[in-house]
Design a protein around this ligand. Structure first.
Ligand code: ADP
Ligand code: MG
Length: 238
């Protein structure tokens, strides 16, 4: 469970090809970070994996199953966005519970799962609050809680911390690393922030205009950037 395989995945919007043949193997439990400048295709690639965007060519496999034509809810994934998309009129509890309500789980099971997520995310004291009464970091944790309760084998994060200030970002980086250890899930994390990539990733995938420029551990990329693009973005400038 939780493996991901992309084989020559492509995406065109009209005549514009924005993902130009991406192949990649991710193992269960890996924390993989996609980096690259704005517009290089990071979100599009993630959205294709999530099923929010149709795949124009190639194949995507999640947990050994081809998902090209599978609806998002059947892919075993959960996605966390930069904009939290919380329901302002609902409590934190109901925001986290929302996906389980949709699945019509029993109240007992909902309560059990929401409390487990709240414990992991240190939101136990906040369950009765509305999103408007929370800090940015707490709101982002609620959004992550809503992903956790679905118990996905793959988590997809699209620049989840970019709305937070630097201190909160640093704190959330540590929390996400802990979460990764605790949940034993595969995580794919999109950012344009080199520090996030270098500190969080097991492996980094550098995207440049819709193609993979290099894949490697943070140290690989830092010490042996394969080209000037990677060197400029992440590598050792010397
Ligand atoms: P990133 O997340 O790396 O900033 P995106 O994946 O959002 O990049 O976008 C990659 C390219 O695809 C950009 O040129 C963007 O304008 C284009 N693009 C993204 N979504 C659409 C769409 N729905 N229709 C047309 N072009 C799009
Ligand atoms: Mg994006």
């Amino acid at each position: 469970m939780g493996e991901l395989r992309l084989d020559d995945v492509r995406k065109s919007f009209g005549n514009l090809e924005v993902i130009k043949g991406v192949s990649l193997d991710i193992s269960h439990g890996e924390f993989v970070v996609f980096v690259g400048p704005s517009g290089c295709g990071k979100s599009t690639l993630l959205r294709m994996i999530a099923g929010l965007e149709e795949i124009s060519g190639g194949t995507a496999e999640i947990s050994g199953k081809t998902v090209n034509n599978l609806p998002p809810v059947e892919r075993g994934i959960a996605m966390v966005f930069q904009s939290y998309a919380l329901y302002p009129h609902m409590s934190v509890y109901e925001n986290i519970a929302f996906p389980l309500r949709v699945e019509k789980l029993s109240n007992d099971l909902v309560e059990q799962k929401v409390h487990q997520a709240a414990r992991i995310l240190k939101l136990e004291e906040r369950l009765k609050h509305r999103p408007g009464q929370l800090s940015g970091g707490q709101r982002q944790r609620v959004a992550i809680g809503r992903a956790i309760v679905r118990e996905p084998s793959v988590f997809l994060f699209d620049e989840p911390l970019s709305n937070l200030d630097a201190a909160l970002r640093a704190e959330m980086r540590v929390e996400l690393a802990k979460l990764h250890d605790e949940l034993d899930a595969t995580m794919i994390y999109v950012t344009h922030d080199q520090v996030e990539a270098m500190t969080m990733a097991d492996r980094i995938v550098v995207l440049d205009q819709g193609v993979i420029s290099q894949v490697g551990t943070p140290l690989d990329l830092y010490h042996k950037p394969q080209n000037l693009f990677v060197a400029g973005f992440i590598g050792n400038p010397k």
